[in-house]
Design a protein around this ligand. Structure first.
Ligand code: ZN
Length: 167
């Protein structure tokens, strides 16, 4: 396994649209393992492949405190959305920034698991929000896109400053 480099906003590669996975083979399995390791190391509760510069429709999530609930979604599609809720979100690609975003309260999602087997899941609360946040990444969308232009501009400046400091 390997720790992958996470792209930071406003890196234009985060705006790519990820392509579906044709076949869940060993290479995809390796990517999933590396993504879990990268997410746990960060630490974070969700990671999309596009954040590690792999534009494929692959997501890993674990919202547990003890890394006991690893979830992998390949080619995820939201098939139902119900209600609305507002929750504070953060993102490994926008480190140190947290803000409130409105999303569906409950969703149903269909995807393939780590072994290529299809499954359907209903999720609400933090897990539901996390899945929606990660699926957005696959379409080149970030949680800061839901914020006002003024806020986004401020975040962008902060990130660019941070980048200059670490170069
Ligand atoms: Zn994110």
């Amino acid at each position: 396994m390997a720790i992958l480099q996470v792209l930071h906003y406003p890196d234009p590669r985060l705006r790519n649209t990820a392509a579906p996975v044709d076949k869940v083979d060993g290479e995809v399995g390796q990517l999933v393992d590396d993504m879990f390791q990268t997410m746990y190391e960060a630490p974070g509760i969700g990671l999309a492949a596009i954040q590690v510069n792999v534009p494929r429709r692959v997501i890993v999530i674990d919202i547990s405190n003890d890394r006991s609930e690893p979830l992998c979604f390949i080619n995820p599609v939201v098939t139902r959305r119900d209600g609305l809720e507002v929750m504070e979100e953060g993102c490994l690609s926008v480190p140190g920034i947290y803000d409130e975003v409105e999303r569906a309260n409950e969703i149903e999602v269909q995807a393939l698991d780590r072994n290529g087997k299809p499954f359907t899941m209903t999720a609400s609360g933090l897990l539901g929000v996390c899945i929606q946040h990660e699926i957005d990444h696959l379409d080149g969308k970030l949680f800061v896109d839901y914020l006002s232009e003024v806020k986004r501009g401020r975040i962008r400046k902060k990130m660019e400053k941070l980048r200059r400091q670490t170069l």
